[in-house]
Design a protein around this ligand. Structure first.
Ligand SMILES: C[S@@+](CC[C@H](N)C(=O)[O-])C[C@H]1O[C@@H](n2cnc3c(N)ncnc32)[C@H](O)[C@@H]1O
Ligand code: SF4
Length: 339
């Protein structure tokens, strides 16, 4: 392919045909996980990315560097479970040592944070999102197929102790499974100084078990919290942030809801993604991804890789299209794309 590389900074931005400039990169460090959340992975039978197909850390860091040189200002490490990557602390340190370093954050199930929160903070990690769907041990075991609630809670405590701020909690509610816990979880988060965000369940599971009628919607979450005695006031415009926020009982603490399905924020989306096997994606729901690993291993220049990123972003769709009659899930599950 031909490459046209401009030294002009504005021409380097990752801009799509709708004028959206991309500033946020989600980096999947692995597709493996230590839990089996039922809405994310089947108990068995996952098709894992083969070892040699995974980017080496040098390859991954090169892609991150090039993207930072093209306007990326925030990097979120995710997966799968990103803390399973043995050199995750070095990855954070290397990204924060880049010229014009991006802000680095992490989305994790928290299990390994007791040992890693402090080294990660020392390496330059600022913020963390920890996923927790229930405060009940037996439910946690049923929902994740692992009896590890105590480890996630220890991870949350370790994140706070390491000074990571804010510590956000991601919660997916499922009808008749854990939706009764919405007020309890908010009460607990407020008391612990944690920022709770509820996430609408999305059609991204390999089992294809998502059922719109079973999804707990943003409107229902608001009703559950109000019925639980909370007074909620909508906060400021969310900009490109996925979560809408409501002040709780007059503030200053707030609760977030990520209504990806019923209140999509695609018009302001500034996110791009790189999978752990080097596939560049302009949307979580994209059915197309651009291979960077092949060209990278074949000796492509930075300019060529940047051009591939730009071309992919240029083809980004206006929205995820979940409501379109012809909607089809992406070929890969969220755990492989990077949640
Ligand atoms: C895929 S996980 C990856 C990072 C890490 N393992 C964790 O759980 O935080 C990232 C987030 O995606 C959420 N998630 C996974 N599958 C989802 C789905 N189908 N719909 C909505 N959220 C989902 C998880 O609850 C988690 O908060
Ligand atoms: S949501 Fe996160 S912790 Fe749960 S199975 Fe998926 S990747 Fe693992």
């Amino acid at each position: 392919m031909t490459t046209s590389y401009s030294s002009d900074t504005s021409g380097r931005e990752l801009r799509d045909t709708f004028g959206r400039v991309h500033r946020d990169l989600r980096v999947s460090l692995t597709d493996r996980c230590s839990l089996r959340c039922t809405y994310c992975m089947p108990a068995t039978g996952m098709e894992w990315i083969a070892g040699p197909d995974q980017l080496t850390t040098d390859e991954l860091l090169r892609i991150v560097r090039i993207s930072v040189e093209h306007g990326i200002g925030t990097v979120r490490l995710t997966g799968g479970e990103p803390l399973l990557r043995p050199d995750v602390v070095d990855v954070v340190a290397s990204i924060t040592a880049l010229p014009n370093p991006p802000e680095v954050s992490l989305t994790t199930n928290g299990l390994r944070l007791p040992g890693l929160a402090a080294p990660l903070a020392d390496a330059g990690l600022r913020r963390v999102n920890i996923s927790l769907d229930t405060m009940d041990r037996e439910r946690f075991r049923t929902l994740t197929l692992r009896d590890r609630l105590v480890d996630t809670l220890a991870g949350i405590a370790a994140a706070k102790a390491a000074g990571l701020d804010p510590v956000k909690i991601n919660t997916v509610l499922m009808r008749g499974v854990n939706d009764d816990e919405a007020p309890t979880m908010l009460q607990w988060a407020l008391a612990e100084g944690l920022q709770l965000r509820f996430i609408e369940q999305m059609p991204l599971d390999p089992q294809h078990s998502w059922d719109r009628s079973r999804m707990v919607t943003a409107a229902e979450i608001l009703d559950l919290l109000t019925a639980g005695g909370f007074d909620l006031t909508p906060e400021e415009d969310r900009g490109s942030a996925p979560a809408e926020r409501w002040l709780v009982n007059g503030g200053p603490q707030a609760v977030g809801i990520i209504g990806s399905v019923t209140r999509p924020f695609c018009g302001d989306c500034d996110r791009v993604r790189i999978t752990s096997d080097g596939q560049w994606r302009s949307c979580l729901f994209a059915r197309h991804e651009t291979d960077l690993r092949g060209p990278l291993r074949a000796g492509a220049s930075d300019a060529t890789l940047a051009e591939l990123m730009r071309l992919d972003v240029a083809g980004k769709a206006a929205g995820h299209g979940i409501d379109d009659p012809g909607f089809m899930q992406p070929r890969r599950p969220m755990s492989a794309i990077g949640g």
